[in-house]
Write a protein that binds this ligand. Structure first.
Ligand SMILES: [Fe+2]
Length: 246
């Protein structure tokens, strides 16, 4: 990776830390039932760097379709490890992980190298691309946290969220969000019920997803179930037999 690219990523993390908003973000995260949405948080220069890498992996998108549940394209962590150094550097940045850990209140770790979701791209590029309501269920022994970063949103699709579904006695709150470039959305995967509404003709929406865990161990049964789900729903069967080259 070029020094200039690394500087852009380091500068972005430094800016986020020096903004001195971490206490405010932590309060919002917990008030919203372990959910935080920050519009256009990241700078256009870092998004431009990421988009150059996105354009590089575009020919390798895996398209998937599960009737009545999801339709879209994805690029796995395996491919990003080979060809997206700026995105990887951001995902693995120790200062950034430290800040996220402060917000969620537990020390976060990277997902294992063999988890294709650890750091992945989701492409909504064809009419009707969407995903139905789901949780980002943790198959790990520990909790799993998702950070979504909007990279491009020329669409009428919305990330629709239902907050507090697991908080007894709390009214469920519904939100409908555009994921514009630089917008960051952080949540506990087992707490947020969410979906993406269908894309219309001629639209495009690209998001980066970063996954962090508190304990990367996984039971054999959960590993099997998780692999099947990934092969069918996201990255194709070839991903099952691939291992990162790093
Ligand atoms: Fe999700």
């Amino acid at each position: 990776m070029s020094h200039a690219t690394m500087d852009v990523v380091d500068q972005q993390v430094a800016d986020l830390i020096s903004a001195d908003k971490v206490e405010e973000w932590t309060r919002q995260y917990w008030e919203q039932g372990e959910f935080l949405a920050l519009e256009r948080l990241m700078t256009p220069s870092v998004i431009t760097e990421f988009m150059q890498e996105v354009d590089g992996v575009r020919p390798k998108i895996n398209r998937n379709f599960i009737p009545k549940h999801k339709k879209g394209g994805s690029v796995s962590y395996y491919l990003l490890q080979e060809s997206a150094p700026a995105i990887l550097a951001f995902y693995q940045h120790p200062e950034w992980i430290k800040m996220l850990s402060h917000i969620v209140g537990v020390p976060l770790l990277l997902c294992p190298d063999h988890d294709p979701h650890a750091c992945a791209l989701y492409f909504y590029t064809e009419p009707g691309d969407h995903i139905g309501y789901h949780y980002d269920t943790s198959y790990y022994k520990g909790a799993r946290y998702t950070l979504l970063i909007g990279l491009r949103d020329r669409s009428s699709s919305r990330l629709v969220c239902r907050l507090h579904t697991k908080d007894p006695g709390h009214t469920v709150q519904e939100l409908s969000l555009a994921t514009e470039p630089g917008t960051c959305i952080l949540f506990n995967g087992d707490k947020l019920h969410h979906a993406v509404t269908p894309l219309a003709e001629g639209e495009e929406r690209i998001v980066l997803t970063l996954q962090y865990v508190t304990d990367p161990a996984m039971s054999f049964t959960h590993r099997w179930f998780s692999n099947m789900k990934d092969a069918v729903g996201y990255f194709g069967w070839s991903a099952l037999f691939r291992r990162p080259t790093r």
